[in-house]
Design a protein around this ligand. Structure first.
Ligand SMILES: [Zn+2]
Length: 107
């Protein structure tokens, strides 16, 4: 009995087979993001850098375009400084130095 099977190289995979796509659908395989250099808190690194609600230029680094505060895992701040940042940002918002929402953005 000759049982000829297609070799893996000549065998053509059916395109769009069921369950073949690695992407799509909730609970799919998570993309491993490339290892990022461990960020160090820039306020710990630079002692002369101060967190001041009157300095929106500094605070801008920790606010997204839409006016949200950047989370610590993104900004790399330490807990103590992140707290100071959030406080400063909230104060700056109150006196309209920083946007509260995207529509409030100043040039
Ligand atoms: Zn710090």
């Amino acid at each position: 009995m000759s049982d000829e099977r297609p070799t893996p190289s000549s065998y053509q995979r059916p395109a769009g087979g069921p369950g073949q796509r690695p992407t799509g659908g909730p609970g799919g395989p998570r993309k491993r993001r490339p290892f990022q250099r461990r960020k160090v808190c820039r306020f710990c690194a630079e002692k002369n850098l101060t967190i001041d609600y009157k300095e929106p230029r500094t605070l801008r680094f920790f606010v997204t375009e839409r006016g949200k505060i950047v989370p610590r895992r993104i900004s790399g701040n330490c807990a103590a400084h992140q707290r100071e940042i959030t406080e400063a940002i909230k104060r700056a918002r109150n006196i309209a130095l920083l946007p509260i929402a995207a529509n409030h953005a100043i040039g």
